[in-house]
Design a protein around this ligand. Structure first.
Ligand code: ZN
Length: 202
């Protein structure tokens, strides 16, 4: 399986990092070794002093597809979750300033946290509220209506370049409010009020 991620998909988050609003989706990927699930502890890697949480809606692909049209994209998923796209911001800033790829900052081991997957049922995927609590304080509060590129358009876009396969995960970008994690923090993710992950930073 592969993990594809969208950068700068919420206007306020793009601005908080000083980035332009993109006219096409910004895509990067993480290997399967980036996954962290089942509420396992996250250990801050020793190569960064500024690891940030980015809470994101995660879509799980459930059948193979290539060059999917936006109006058919909804047939390729039925379960969603919340995840964290952990980012070594210090490394990312250095790479960005040199125009280099982001993998060392974004794709390291356990940088892709996923929570419990829940069926989408009859909900509109672009009308979901989610939030991240750090040590019981809400630090990110997002609404999927604010995505610059909607889920079905993202699937259409990325499937032109990458064949999507069963089990692939799409991280759909983070709203404003990203910040640093410290040893001892606890992160809890809520989607429409339901807790989908709760884990500790070590
Ligand atoms: Zn992200």
């Amino acid at each position: 399986m592969k993990i594809l991620c969208i950068g700068r998909n919420y206007g306020l988050h793009a601005k908080e990092l000083g980035n332009e609003i993109p006219d096409k989706p910004v895509i990067f990927s993480k290997p399967d070794t980036a996954l962290l699930k089942n509420n396992e502890d996250f250990y801050i890697p020793n190569f960064s002093n500024d690891v940030h949480y980015e809470t994101e809606l995660v879509v799980r692909i459930e059948k193979m597809g290539k060059s999917i049209e936006p109006q058919f994209a909804h047939k390729y998923y039925s379960h969603i979750s919340l995840g964290i796209d952990f980012t070594a911001r210090d490394i990312q800033n250095e790479l960005k300033s040199k125009g280099l790829p982001w993998e060392l900052a974004k794709a390291f081991d356990h940088s892709a946290v996923i929570g419990e997957f829940v069926p989408l049922e009859n909900q509109n995927i672009q009308d979901l509220h989610f939030e991240l609590l750090k040590n019981n304080q809400v630090v990110q509060s997002g609404h999927t209506a604010d995505m610059l590129f909607k889920v079905n358009d993202i699937i259409a876009f990325i499937s032109k370049y990458f064949t999507l396969k069963t089990g692939d995960l799409i991280f759909t970008g983070t709203p404003a409010g990203v910040g640093k994690v410290e040893i001892g923090d606890q992160l809890v993710g809520h989607l429409e009020g339901k807790e989908l992950f709760k884990f500790n930073i070590k």
